[in-house]
Structures are given as structure tokens and as C-alpha cells.
Design a protein around this ligand. Structure first.
Ligand SMILES: C[S@@+](CC[C@H](N)C(=O)[O-])C[C@H]1O[C@@H](n2cnc3c(N)ncnc32)[C@H](O)[C@@H]1O
Length: 207
């Protein structure tokens, strides 16, 4: 079992309960950027405990929510019972078999655990309809340069996940060479304080 999967299985017990400004700010980013739209078929990559899944289901005909960790997904399955959501266990670093013909892919706080961004964007391009979009929101590289990583505490021990630093150009170039155009890039700050280091960066790319 990969260490990422094992650690997320462990984190699932507290992921929703413990204060986490990165998690909460990403929800704000997702709702603000996608809230004006409705969708046919959405593929949610790394849906985790379902923070965004129910919200996506309310504005979509169907949602496929994929995660590596069965324990993270078990929390989501309890929380999100909408009939138009299909949960699947899967690894986005493998060849995808999550179905195709999606008009939106969302990817929230998960690419820091993936080394090869091009693989993800190439697979995404293969399952999106023409004009379909991929929304990506990640810990800002400025935070990564300072040593920030996904981490949690269990039994008084701090657990740190394996993370890869991705520069802004890495996201943009991986998307461009996979056939996407960039539609938006936004930076997200704690407490709307734009004089501070941004916590998150988000992108909307269009096929
Ligand atoms: C920080 S959590 C974010 C969960 C959710 N998107 C959110 O914003 O709250 C990252 C999620 O990505 C999942 N994950 C990590 N590596 C993955 C991979 N290679 N394939 C699929 N899911 C993965 C983890 O199991 C975890 O649920």
C-alpha cells in the first residue's frame, strides 16, 4: 500500500474535525469559481471526505468521485447520499478508467502528491468533451517554498505526507502541452488579506 494511501486512511478519522484553513479556503475558491455554472458529468479527482462532492452534485447531472483512500471515501459515502454520485476507488497516477465524456474535472488539494503533472493533464484531456474544463486548486508554491506540506497529528505524532513542489509554470505548461487553454488563474489569501503570502492557487483550463 502506498504511504500516501495509508496516511490518508489514517487522516480520515480527523480530516473533517480538525481546524484546517487550507481545506476551508479551497471550498471558498471552488464555490466562487464554479458556483455560477451547472454541469452534465463531473469527475472529481481525490474527492476525499466529500467536502465538495455534495455541492457539485447539486449543480450537476452526475458526479464520479474518485479517491485513492477507501477510508477517506467511506466518510464521503456516509455524508453524501445523493443518487447522482458514483464513488470509485482509483489512483490518478495510473491510466484512468473512470469513464469518459465529462464536461468538468475538479482537482482540489491533491496534485501536491503527484510528481508527474503531465500525466494528469493528458488523461484529463482524454476524458473531457471539447470545451470541457478542469479546475485545479492547490497549495500555492510560495507556501511550498517555505516548507508547507499536508500534515496531521495522530496519537501525539505529527505525520507528514510525501509532497512534490510544483511551480506555477509547471501547472501551466503541463496543461498547455496537453491541449488546454488557460481561462483563469487566481490566488487565495487567508482572511482576504492580499498583502500576505497567498495560501492557494487555482486554475481553470479549457480543452
Ligand atoms: C488533501 S485531501 C483533499 C480532499 C478533498 N479534495 C478536499 O479538498 O477536501 C487529498 C485527497 O487526495 C487523495 N489522493 C492522494 N493521492 C491520490 C491519487 N494518486 N489518486 C487519487 N486520489 C489521491 C487522498 O486520498 C485524499 O483524499
Amino acid at each position: 500500500m502506498s504511504s500516501t494511501r495509508k496516511l490518508y486512511d489514517e487522516w480520515s478519522a480527523t480530516y473533517d474535525a480538525v481546524a484546517n484553513p487550507t481545506r476551508d479556503l479551497e471550498k471558498r475558491a471552488c464555490e466562487s469559481l464554479l458556483g455560477q455554472h451547472s454541469f452534465e458529468r463531473v469527475l472529481e479527482l481525490g474527492g476525499g471526505t466529500g467536502k465538495n462532492t455534495g455541492w457539485l452534485a447539486e449543480r450537476s447531472r452526475e458526479v464520479v468521485s474518485v479517491d485513492l483512500s477507501s477510508e477517506m471515501q467511506a466518510v464521503a459515502r456516509e455524508k453524501v447520499t445523493a443518487a447522482n454520485v458514483e464513488f470509485r476507488i482509483g489512483d490518478v497516477t495510473d491510466v484512468w478508467n473512470f469513464g469518459n465524456v465529462f464536461d468538468l474535472i475538479t482537482c482540489s488539494l491533491r496534485l501536491e502528491h503527484v510528481e508527474d503533472l503531465v500525466h494528469v493533464f493528458r488523461e484529463a484531456a482524454g476524458v473531457l468533451v471539447r470545451g470541457g474544463r478542469i479546475y485545479v486548486c492547490e497549495l500555492h508554491p510560495f507556501k511550498q517554498y517555505g516548507g508547507s506540506k499536508a500534515r496531521f497529528e495522530a496519537g501525539g505524532v505529527e505525520k507528514i505526507l510525501e509532497c512534490f513542489t510544483h511551480h506555477l509554470s509547471d501547472y501551466i505548461n503541463a496543461a498547455l502541452i496537453s491541449g488546454f487553454a488557460i481561462e483563469r488563474i487566481d490566488e487565495w489569501f487567508d482572511g482576504y488579506d492580499r498583502s500576505s503570502t497567498p495560501r492557494l492557487v487555482s486554475f481553470v483550463f479549457k480543452k
